[in-house]
Design a protein around this ligand. Structure first.
Ligand code: PEP
Length: 257
């Protein structure tokens, strides 16, 4: 069965309880667009409140620790996220990689911990402007992704449905610049080739690949109808129900087209 487009909001470090009204509005609108899978990753402090109220959307986290528990002041484990009602976690976002020095190896360990705790994983990858200008974007992104993908037991078929990749060129995040649909198609095609070469034709095609980087209602239709784009990871435009659901609506319409 073809998967529904997956539209995920990354609220980053935005949102106090006052933002719950926005989450409610997103949830109500999502109930009218069942052809699209809508989810939000608010700050940790809002995971449980959103989970308690949401009827349709899934709530998740923006990071987790790679261990189950222990002396890690300020950190949150995957099991704690699940306990708060989180269903997924975004891992390896470029802001984590840059601001917290997260290596591919650490991202991989986090992904393994998250899957073990029963969470779905959105694994981010993407190149800087310098790398793209040097003509090394494909090599960098596929290398980064390969090294960040979780290891799992052979035969654990459920993993493929739980894993999503998000391609987010760093230079397009929060800048208003988006990659061209040609560049997106090319990179998503390369990522798909990598997934198929690692996991085989059937499983390698089961993993959705999202695009992220300045997606908004105005450009969503073009991006979401690009080959191999299974949805969007949305930062700034996910902070209001109006703009976020504008993107979800474009996804619903691209399904009908
Ligand atoms: C992001 O941070 O994942 C992102 C894509 O941000 P924005 O949509 O604001 O570019």
């Amino acid at each position: 069965m073809p998967q529904r487009p997956y539209i995920v909001g990354n609220w980053k470090m935005h949102g106090t309880r006052a933002m719950l009204s926005e989450a409610r509005a997103i949830d109500r609108a999502a109930q009218r667009h069942m052809k699209v899978e809508v989810a939000i990753a608010p700050p940790y402090t809002l995971i449980h409140p959103v989970h308690r109220e949401a009827k349709q959307i899934a709530v998740g986290a923006q990071d987790c620790h790679h261990e189950d528990g222990g002396a890690h002041t300020g950190d949150i484990s995957a099991a704690m996220i699940a306990d708060a009602g989180g269903k997924f976690v975004i891992l390896g976002h470029s802001e984590r990689r840059q601001n917290h020095g997260e290596s591919d190896e650490l991202v991989r360990r986090k992904a393994e911990a998250a899957l073990k705790a029963g969470l779905r994983v959105i694994l981010c990858c993407g190149e800087s402007e310098e790398i793209r200008e040097a003509g090394k974007a494909t090599e960098f992104v596929t290398g980064q992704l390969k090294a960040s993908l979780p290891e799992f037991d052979e035969g654990d078929e459920a993993i493929f449905e739980k894993l999503t990749v998000a391609y987010e060129p760093i230079w397009a995040i929060g800048t208003g610049k988006t990659a061209t649909t040609e560049d997106i198609a090319e990179m998503h095609g390369e990522i798909r080739k990598l997934l198929v070469s690692l996991y085989g034709e059937e499983q390698g095609r089961e993993i959705r690949i999202l695009y992220g980087g300045s997606v908004k209602p105005e450009n969503a239709a073009d991006i979401l109808s690009t080959p191999e784009v299974g949805g969007a990871l949305v930062g700034g435009a996910s902070l209001t129900a109006d703009s976020f659901m504008g993107i979800a609506l474009a996804a619903a319409e691209s399904e009908e087209a």
